[in-house]
Design a protein around this ligand. Structure first.
Ligand SMILES: Cc1ncc(C[n+]2csc(CCOP(=O)(O)OP(=O)(O)O)c2C)c(N)n1
Length: 369
């Protein structure tokens, strides 16, 4: 195990003091330490991992220093384009240190959405010509090596982080004054749906909670598409479904996911049919992976959606608000509901026990009969 604070201090001693990235559960202690000790314009929680690569590139161009980008290996997909067409040695040749959480490491047990990504993580970097180092207790010499490598080669280099590598660091979950928890909001939303309504729910604890609510209530899972991976794409999956059938499709999104691929909301109003219903659970944080803040409380989500072409956007703070506005969402218009919730989830929250393929099959059977 590595002492998280000592590791952070070592990075700073090497002038590796500009951070950008998307939080990850394996990096939650490191992310908490970076956040607690770094000024805000030197730790940018990015919309997505590709943006973080681009910020580190810009920072290097302007300062000559090397940026540090942290991400879960799921984020490699978002990062590939700027890694290959911006920072690659055959393009602008820009060095940066990548810190990558290794979910789905072969030989360990992990969730289905991490298994393939975990298997190909090292190979993906190899294919991109990016050297990888699996970080361990000898981190000082490994970071020295990375530093010299960046200096000599003007290329990115990645350190890969195994589960449990970083010691605990106090995680300060941001507080807010909202009244209900995400799980209570989800229970209320699900109760308001008809048997014929379908749900596409976002990555992280939202889908886990929906799964458990259905289990507890002895309900089937075939109406819920639990988007276990592919963070940020829930709204586009729901859009495709709403075009592919005439059922009401309720997208239940999180603010981190909404922001990750916000561009999709420029497209949705231009094509969405009236059966596309959007619900955003806004807790202002990446709660599922350690509560790192998002910028969702700084932006006016309602006005943003209205300006993009949504006809009505309702704002809910209580169960009663949700019940009231869920009735309105049934009308044939492009509408959205933004539910403001506090942070926190059950300690004993489980994970879906049906496989993603079985989840999809049962939904397709129901939709196509
Ligand atoms: C591309 C990608 N980057 C990062 C992650 C790790 N991750 C899983 S859930 C999550 C947070 C989602 O935040 P939000 O949508 O606000 O939902 P909340 O957890 O607050 O309910 C993150 C960052 C991921 N799964 N995929």
């Amino acid at each position: 195990m590595i002492d998280t604070e000592e590791f952070y201090k070592y990075l700073i001693s090497k002038k590796l003091d500009f951070f950008a990235g998307v939080p990850d559960s394996l990096l939650k202690n490191l992310c908490a330490c970076i956040k607690a000790n770094t000024k805000t314009d030197h730790n940018i929680i990015a919309a997505n991992e590709g943006n973080a690569i681009a910020m580190a590139a810009g920072y290097h161009i302007a300062s000559g220093n090397y940026g540090v980008v942290y991400m879960q290996n799921s984020g490699i997909g978002n990062a590939v384009n700027p890694l290959l067409s911006l920072v690659d040695e055959e393009v602008y040749s820009i060095p940066m240190l990548l810190i990558v959480g290794w979910r789905g490491e072969p030989g360990t047990k992990d969730e289905p959405q991490h298994v393939k990504q975990g298997k190909v993580t090292i190979e993906l970097f190899k294919t991109m010509g990016i050297e990888t180092i699996i970080l361990d207790e000898n981190y000082k010499s490994q970071i020295d090596y990375c530093y010299n490598y960046m200096k000599e080669n003007n290329k990115p280099i990645a350190v890969i982080i195994k589960k449990g590598l970083f010691s605990n660091y106090k995680i300060d979950m941001p507080e807010n004054n909202y009244q209900i928890k995400r799980e209570e909001a989800l229970e209320t939303i699900l109760k308001c749906l008809d048997k014929d309504d379908f749900v596409v729910s976002t990555t992280g604890k939202t889908s886990r909670e929906i799964f458990e609510i259905r289990e507890r209530d002895n309900e089937e899972h075939s109406n819920d598409f639990l988007t276990v991976g592919s963070m940020g794409h829930t709204s586009s999956i729901a859009l495709g479904m709403s075009i592919g059938c005439d059922k009401n499709i309720y997208c239940i999104d999180g603010d981190g996911s909404f922001i990750m691929h916000m561009g999709s909301f420029a497209i949705i109003p231009s094509v969405a049919s009236k059966n596309f219903k959007y619900i955003l659970i806004n807790n202002g944080a990446h709660e599922s992976v350690g509560g790192q803040p998002t910028v969702a409380f700084n932006i006016n989500v309602k006005d943003t959606l209205l300006s993009l072409g949504f006809k009505n956007v309702y704002t809910a703070y209580t169960k009663e608000d949700i019940e009231k506005y869920m009735k309105n969402l049934k009308y044939d218009k492009l509408q959205a509901l933004v539910v403001y919730t506090k942070l926190g989830s059950r300690e004993d929250l489980g994970r879906p026990t049906i496989s993603p393929v079985d989840n999809k099959k049962s939904m397709m059977k129901k939709l196509n009969k």
